[in-house]
Ligand binder design. Structure first.
Ligand SMILES: Cc1cc2nc3c(=O)[nH]c(=O)nc-3n(C[C@H](O)[C@H](O)[C@H](O)COP(=O)(O)O)c2cc1C
Length: 185
């Protein structure tokens, strides 16, 4: 099983990036969590650059879509900027609206700040519109704010790593459930 983890922050010392990197270290053995590293390379979304019929898109976009297609689920951890979703993350999602990699795919939206409720609600609304399967049990608040924990600190902190593991386990369960449903059809 493969999960793509996306941080909504480009900051070098980002707490959200530390969270997704820690998640890749905390994943159960049968699960590979790959941290997406191309957010900054995606061009600004422009429908004129995207030929969906001929599957011609800018290279970073094609790579992003391929990584999503190869993933069974997605884990997003994002900061809130001015009560909204960071532009870089919204831009990345805009590239997927027409190509459809989010449709039916299980998503965990983890929230590292108890104050960032607007971005979390907005991200939920955007991904619901894009027909993603947002896994409520996996979309939990992880109280990282003011803890100043890096990736290793998160992994070794029993409370934070326990919450992160619980989110991953809930996402994995939802992926297994959706696979079982697909087999039944
Ligand atoms: C430009 C800017 C705007 C922000 N706006 C908000 C906001 O509206 N609400 C909030 O809770 N935090 C806001 N923050 C705080 C960030 O969400 C917070 O510092 C977050 O932990 C940063 O995540 P990162 O370390 O992964 O980059 C803002 C930060 C910046 C730099």
């Amino acid at each position: 099983m493969r999960i793509l983890a996306i941080s909504g922050s480009l900051k070098a010392a980002s707490s959200n990036t530390s969270l997704v990197r820690a998640a890749s270290r905390l994943a159960p053995e049968s699960v590979e969590i790959i941290v997406y590293a191309g957010l900054a390379d995606l061009p600004h979304f422009n429908p004129d650059l995207d030929d969906l019929d001929k599957e011609i898109a800018p290279l970073p976009v094609a790579h992003f879509r391929r990584q999503l297609r190869a993933s069974d689920g997605v884990l997003i951890s994002s900061p809130e900027y001015a009560h909204g979703v960071p532009g870089v993350l919204k831009n990345a999602l805009d590239w997927l609206v027409g190509s459809g990699e989010t449709v039916g795919k299980p998503f965990a939206l983890i929230n590292a700040s108890p104050l960032a409720t607007h971005a979390q609600e907005s991200l939920t609304e955007i991904l619901t519109t894009m027909a993603a399967n947002i896994v409520a049990e996996a979309s939990i608040r992880i109280p990282l704010a003011h803890r100043k924990l890096d990736e290793s600190g998160i992994v070794s902190d029993p409370e934070i790593s326990g919450l992160l593991r619980a989110s991953i386990v809930a996402l994995v369960r939802a992926i297994e459930d959706s696979r079982a449903e697909a087999e039944d059809v």
